[in-house]
Design a protein around this ligand. Structure first.
Ligand code: ADP
Ligand code: ADP
Length: 233
């Protein structure tokens, strides 16, 4: 339920190589389900991390609901969970010293959700993702696919208004992947969350997106509905 504006973004990680993002401007409407689509290395993850405030653009700025976002580089970074942003990144970024239950509960604890309500939500999302039996384990004791489910559960527990996903279903088996796609579509339809979903899978983008942004070598190539992009003669 938030609009996101990227204005003339350039991002260089330094060094001699080309910039990761050369000149990117884009308006992501509130309640859009945007898929960022493109081959490995084209800048999708960098774009998502800048929207999350985890990387600072070298030039340009990013606005959420018209307000410039505060990023790590500003020194007063607040965790995305507090800004009502939900993230599932490729490395899962689970807190290694917390159990699975603590990981999934953490955002709600930060928000001071009453314990009974928090526990009910946490149990519900853990059941949905089939991870309730791992509740007392630590992330390092789980497989990649199990950790991905924990990361999804942690995000779902917060009902965030902005959801940022980087290949979030890549390690799931086919059945769970289909279920999670349906779940994301349901959240989008019911909660109206703004979703930015990074994928290199054209078919996945077509089945999920309201808008597809095709990226290539650090720039936007095309933006449109799935029909605009794939059924134009
Ligand atoms: P992707 O599948 O999106 O290309 P990678 O597996 O390449 O992701 O990258 C995983 C992580 O490594 C990301 O956090 C990314 O920022 C970081 N990374 C990617 N390329 C480099 C690089 N050349 N130098 C340092 N870190 C990198
Ligand atoms: P994608 O997500 O589309 O695979 P990335 O955003 O991960 O693309 O990477 C875009 C470019 O930036 C690549 O050339 C990658 O090597 C480089 N890159 C990504 N993260 C880093 C990093 N932390 N340090 C240096 N270079 C990076």
């Amino acid at each position: 339920m938030s609009s996101i504006t990227l204005e003339n973004i350039r991002k260089s990680y330094g060094g001699n190589g080309p910039a990761a993002i050369s000149n990117l401007s884009m308006e992501i409407g509130a309640s859009e389900f945007l898929c960022l689509l493109g081959p490995s290395g084209c800048g999708k993850t960098t774009t998502l991390r800048m929207i999350a405030g985890l990387e600072h653009p070298t030039d340009g700025r990013i606005l959420v609901d018209g307000k410039a976002i505060v990023s790590v580089a500003d020194g007063i970074f607040t965790v995305p969970e507090k800004r009502n942003m939900g993230l599932v990144f490729q490395n899962y970024a689970l807190w290694p010293h917390m159990t699975i239950r603590e990981n999934v509960s953490f955002g709600l604890t930060l928000r001071k959700t009453p314990a009974a309500e928090r526990d009910a939500i946490v149990n519900q999302v853990m059941t949905k993702l089939g991870i309730e039996r791992y509740a007392d384990r630590y992330p390092a004791q789980l497989s990649g696919g199990q950790q991905q489910r924990v990361a999804l559960a942690r995000m779902l527990a917060l009902s965030p208004s902005v959801i940022l996903l980087d290949e979030p279903l890549s390690n799931l088996d086919a059945k769970l992947r289909l279920e999670m796609r349906a779940e994301l579509k349901r959240i989008h339809a019911e909660a109206g969350s703004t979703i930015v979903f990074v994928t290199h899978d054209q078919w996945e983008a077509m089945t999920l997106a309201t808008t597809i942004a095709v990226m290539s070598e650090g720039a936007l190539q095309q933006v449109g509905t799935p029909d605009d992009i794939y059924e134009r003669p």
